[in-house]
Design a protein around this ligand. Sequence first.
Ligand code: XMP
Length: 509
Amino acid sequence: MIIVLDFGGQYNQLIARRVRECNVYAEVHPYTLSLDKIREMNPRGIIFTGGPNSVYGEESPRCSREIFEMGIPILGICYGSQLMAHMMGGAVSTAPVSEYGKTEVEVDSSSVIFEGVSPKTICWMSHTDYIAKAPDGFQISAVTPVCPVAAMELPEKKLYATQFHPEVMHTQEGMKMLSNFVYKVCGCKGEWQMASFVETSVRELKEKIGGGKVLCALSGGVDSSVAAVLLSKAVGRQLTCVFVDHGLLRKNEGDEVEAVFGPEGPYDLNFIRVNAQERFYSKLKGVTEPEKKRKIIGEEFIRVFEEEAKKIGAVDFLVQGTIYPDVIESGLGKSATIKSHHNVGGLPDYVDFKEIVEPLRLLFKDEVRKAGRELGIPEYLVSRQPFPGPGLGIRIIGEVTAEKVRMVQEADFIYREEIVKAGCDKGLGQYFAALTNMRSVGVMGDERTYDYAIALRGVNTSDFMTAEAAQIPWEVLNRCMTRIINEVKGVNRVMYDLTSKPPGTIEFE
Ligand code: XMP
């Protein structure tokens, strides 16, 4: 196992994920993790993340000097590299010019970290301070025109550091560098598989939950489905899955979810479906502000769960299928609040459960799918495209009404049907229809119309944190346009959204 010590960097989980991609298990822990705890965890290596501070700041996060003497290989990244330099007697100062973005770095290929890496390689830099002088005994293993120490190392103590970020995709040979660290320096074998995550999670969940009752917020999406099956493996019928049909689901989805998780389905769990459409519509009446809509839907969800929990009796744990991108995008990580994802930031202050369990909190979407396959969940469910908790509520721009829900459901159904029929769904990260708040004039059968415009969206993405609009063939889009306008009452215009993320987001609200 590799421990990623978090010094406040925005890529902390990404580092762990990259290590897991090398089939080596990695966990992120705060930099305050005690040396005793580290010893107990017995990691093969430690990675220090970046962070927003300067090593000279009074409040700056630091670790104990002894960590460098434990004989455990350490890789310091960005702030982590400066911290290593500072604590080992080198000099860190403000760089004359900040380097930000893709930067050509000249590396010493005789360093084990850079084995197999091109002598000049593009790396992602993002720093204002830099290592001005490496500590005594350290060798400089990479430079840039600005950085005299873009990487350094003390091989006899297995200490390595890079000013740039090997974990981000823009560092073209970053995976090579990280895999060199985990395999060649730390001696990891790369035998970890998602199966181990499943096994460990089931065991930990069993221990944590004991004989307690568990309530799972099941939406039928990939995340909550994987979380539910994980829980059902751990505690069987102690688990009750509550599926709230908030009236903001895709067409026929409520019945589909019931078919899989209900009493006719293959899983051993208690399943309750709550039809709460009217309740949600009335709460959303007149509300147009996206964050307010998200909060209302999120809060109403919790209220419905609380009511169900009361009917069941005392419930100890609430399970949610929160995954890592939800956590950072809701501002619970270090980055700014973009949207309150309803299963995280939208949580009301008072929640009538002892504890919330989020077994997928550290995983990225593609890792959740892998876990799902490991759990034997049918492929059609595992590879199902993500659907946000607030559902069509955030795909209807402006006020939500039952009538608008009908329009977007029907348009979305047609769009998805045509995409699958044309075989365009393979590799598409997410595709859906949204109802804009725009009405425009059209003409149908000699009659003037003044109806809504549907926006179609399709994106290519691997991690949902960045995305590009997909190039869907014109004939397919054209067919969708014709069908939507002919078949969906109240719609007279169809558009395709070309925006990438950033600057856009995948959903409209
Ligand atoms: P955005 O719109 O933020 O979406 O680019 C990124 C991914 O997250 C999904 N999404 C959500 N998922 N609760 C969720 O469980 C939410 O509130 C939520 N909002 C967005 C979105 O569908 C996309 O896959």
